[in-house]
Structures are given as structure tokens and as C-alpha cells.
Design a protein around this ligand. Structure first.
Ligand code: LLP
Length: 429
């Protein structure tokens, strides 16, 4: 946290209080340099290990044109999971060849769009999709590079709603029951699909490296089967994303160590099978976007319930950050206008939506609020704006990138009239 002589919080060299004044609240502010240095640190681990790799930013964490431009400029490809994300990435100027399409139920329109624009790869999720995609690719007379998504049966140590790699999952081909082998056999026969790799994603906000290592070992067996038995042109091992970040002091993210352990496990398992080292793909979303984002809110109403709890409400809430309501997520916050003030009491930060679960932080240690206070909630860069809703007809906040003291609006604040833009009045009322 950067604090100026005026005791204000600074983000990307910009005074957060001034940002709130200029652009209004709630406001999501990204430290642009932090996004860049985070990506550079990922590159550095691979470069030092001297292995072929590709970093694909999981845009679901925060998908806007500016973000796509930025991560592409830093040498990342882009992962998309819908036609909307694909459209955003393409409109931002990222070439289709640098984009990969994921999803457990890609529609024929989405697959057709991806094939037509010449997408870099499609991560095939199920048998239904193999048939559909083969058909679409054949009709457009294209050969499409695909990876298969494997559910390796690994339980990542994370919240159950965001664990995706276990056997009982809607994602991917089950490894234990040989469905993944069968998928490879089908792909070997699919004339318009070229299976270039294997993929697994075992969950999100993971701190424990063991799950990744087990996944790599299991995928290596399948990889060997694909290369040796089926003669598939496999070159890619994609271990997904999921690297945990620091939301509060309880979290200690070992991203570089985790990556190094994944590289070492890949080296060991592939050497043991006398396979060439594959191109290792990762798909980080949260770890790239999350730490760089801070949400600024204007403090509003307060309420003390003697002996029970103090509530402090802000001018946003679950509409811009549903993560506490969904996952019981924890956040750290300060007042941006007195960022080094000592805590005086415990304040639970509530949003302004009409439901009790609309909370941002339970029992935060904070100074007693004053009317001008601007609350800054840290690490809100991933899965906040991208999961924002219009519940209670609350417009979505503005987003700015701050760098070297200059702020640039990358998403404009929505207005009330934006909210009714797609509404149609009944003619006879
Ligand atoms: N690759 C695949 C196939 C994924 O499903 C995901 C995330 C990622 C990569 C990126 O994972 P990350 O590096 O961001 O952890 N809304 C939840 C997170 C859902 C993650 C879904 N998949 C949250 O707010 O915590």
C-alpha cells in the first residue's frame, strides 16, 4: 500500500481521493504497472527454467477491451469462455490466433464464430462438443486445433464452488473411467480436428502445489497414450490457472514456487516416459487481475447495535462485488483519505442492496467513520467487475487504469438511462 504525505492512498501514482472525486464512486482502480509486473514475473519463472511455455490470461477474471490489449502487449494469449469474451478480445485488436475458447456448453453459434475467425485453439470439453465441432469445422472446410479438457480427479484445496477438477464435475472428460482416452481416440478420427494438447484446471485460489503436481502426473500418462498409441500431434500440456492471491494477511501466495514445482514435475514425469518436454501453458486470471484492483466507495449510513455489531454502508456492494455473498470471501480495507489511521472499532461493511447477505466485509478493524471517508477495498481486480450485476437496478461502476500518476477511464460508469436501454414499454399501458 502506497500512502502519500497527505495520508491519502495512492494507486499507480494517483491520489485515490482525487480519483474518487473526479470519477465518482464506486470506482474500480487498477494499478496498471502491477498487472504488467505480475505478468513479467510469470514470464521470468519460465525463462529461467528455459522451457517452452505460453501464458494465456483467463479473461473471465476481468474482461474489457483495455485489459485484453494490456495483457496481449505483455506477451499473453487470451482465454475466453463465451462469444462475448471472444468478441471483446477480438474488438480490442488481439489476433484470433492468440485466443483460446473454453466452456462446457459452447453453443453452435459460439463455435461457428470461433472457427470462422480462425481461433488459436478450442479446448474441447465433452463428446457432444467433439461431434458438433467436427461438423462445424467440416462445413467451413477448416482444420481446428483443439486441446481436450480432462477432469483429472484432483481435489484442489479451495471453496467447493470454485473447485473444478474433481471427478464429479460438469467440466471435462473423466480420466478415471477412460472417457479421456476415448475422447482422444475420437479426435484421432475426427478429420477436421487436430488434437494438439491436454488441459486440466483443478480449481481457483489454490495455495497448495500438490494438486497441480498430481494433475501433471496423471495427464502425462494420457499424453503418452495419445502420442504413442494414437500418434496424435500432441505438444501442449495446459495446467490451467488457479494460483491463489493475497486477499487478507491470512493468505500467502507462493505463485513463483508453485510454477517452478509444476515445471519440475512436468520435466520429471515427461523424462521418465521419454517424452519431449511439452509446451507448458498456464491460464492465470485472478493472479494477474486480482491484486491490481482496488474498489473505492463513498461511506454512507452507519448503525451501531449495542453489544452486537456496527454496520457501515457504502454506495456499492454485491452488485460490484458478490464474492462474500457467493463464497464467503474476505477482504481488507482502509479509508483512502486517511490510509494510515489506526483502527478504532470493528465495523462490518454493508452494501446498499435490499438483502441482508449484501455484505463486503464482516468485522473489519477500522477507524470510526466520518462523512467524507472513502473506503478502499483491496484485491478486487478479479471476478468483481466481471461478475457485477444490475440487481436493484444499480448501474455498474466506472473502471480506471492508473499509471505513473495518470488515470485513464477504461470502462465508463453506467447511467440510469443505460439500465432501461433494452427495456420496451407496453404499447397499451
Ligand atoms: N482456466 C479455466 C479453465 C478456468 O475455469 C479458470 C477459472 C481459470 C483458468 C482461471 O482461474 P484463476 O487463475 O482466475 O483462478 N468466480 C470465482 C472464480 C471462478 C473461477 C472459474 N474458472 C471467484 O470469484 O473466486
Amino acid at each position: 500500500m502506497q500512502i502519500g504525505d497527505n495520508h491519502h492512498l495512492y494507486i499507480g501514482g494517483c491520489d485515490a481521493v482525487e480519483l474518487a472525486k473526479s470519477y465518482g464512486t464506486p470506482l474500480i482502480v487498477y494499478d496498471e504497472k502491477l498487472i504488467r509486473t505480475t505478468i513479467q514475473a510469470f514470464h521470468e519463472v519460465f525463462r529461467r527454467a528455459g522451457v517452452p511455455y505460453q501464458i494465456s490470461y483467463a479473461s473471465k477474471a476481468f474482461c474489457t477491451m483495455a485489459m485484453c490489449q494490456l495483457v496481449y502487449q505483455e506477451g499473453c494469449g487470451i482465454d475466453v469462455v463465451s462469444g462475448g469474451e471472444l468478441y471483446t478480445a477480438l474488438e480490442s485488436g488481439v489476433p484470433a490466433s492468440a485466443i483460446h475458447l473454453h466452456g462446457n456448453n459452447k453453443t453452435p453459434d459460439e463455435l461457428g464464430f470461433a472457427v470462422d475467425v480462425g481461433i488459436g485453439a478450442i479446448i474441447v470439453d465433452n463428446f457432444f462438443e467433439i461431434a458438433l465441432l467436427q461438423d462445424i469445422a467440416a462445413k467451413s472446410n477448416r482444420i481446428v486445433d483443439v486441446l481436450i479438457r480432462v477432469a483429472p480427479g484432483v481435489e484442489a484445496h479451495t471453496h467447493e464452488f470454485i473447485a473444478t477438477g474433481g471427478q464429479d464435475s460438469k467440466f471435462g472428460f473423466d480420466l478415471a473411467s477412460d472417457q479421456a482416452h476415448m475422447a482422444l481416440r475420437q479426435l484421432a478420427d475426427a478429420e477436421n480436428l487436430r488434437c494438439v494438447g491436454l488441459h486440466s484446471h483443478i480449481g481457483s485460489q489454490i495455495f497448495d502445489v500438490d494438486g497441480f503436481v498430481v494433475a501433471v502426473e496423471r495427464l502425462a500418462d494420457l499424453y503418452q497414450y495419445g502420442v504413442r498409441e494414437l500418434d496424435l500431434p500432441l505438444t501442449v500440456l495446459n495446467v490451467g490457472g488457479g494460483f491463489g492471491i493475497r486477499y487478507t494477511d491470512e493468505d500467502a501466495p507462493p505463485v513463483a514456487e508453485t510454477l517452478s514445482a509444476i515445471i519440475a514435475a512436468t520435466r520429471q514425469t515427461f523424462e521418465a516416459r521419454e517424452l519431449d518436454f511439452p509446451t507448458l501453458w498456464i491460464e492465470p486470471g485472478r493472479s494477474i487481475a486480482g491484486p491490481a484492483g482496488t474498489t473505492l466507495y463513498q461511506i454512507g449510513s452507519q448503525k451501531r447495535i449495542p453489544g452486537i455489531r456496527n454496520y457501515l454502508a457504502v454506495d456499492g456492494g454485491m452488485t460490484d462485488n458478490p464474492r462474500l455473498a457467493l463464497y464467503g470471501a474476505k477482504y481488507h480495507a482502509v479509508y483512502a483519505n486517511r490510509a494510515d489511521a489506526e483502527p478504532e472499532d470493528t465495523w462490518s461493511v454493508a452494501g446498499k442492496c435490499c438483502e441482508s447477505g449484501d455484505m463486503l466485509i464482516w468485522d473489519a478493524e477500522l477507524p470510526n467513520p466520518k462523512p467524507d471517508d472513502i473506503l478502499a477495498v483491496f484485491a478486487t481486480g478479479a471476478y468483481n467487475y466481471s461478475m457485477a450485476s444490475h440487481y436493484n437496478r444499480i448501474p455498474k461502476p466506472a473502471v480506471v487504469f492508473a499509471r505513473d500518476g495518470v488515470a485513464t477511464v477504461v470502462v465508463e460508469r453506467e447511467t440510469w438511462s443505460d439500465l432501461i436501454r433494452k427495456d420496451r414499454r407496453l404499447a397499451d399501458l
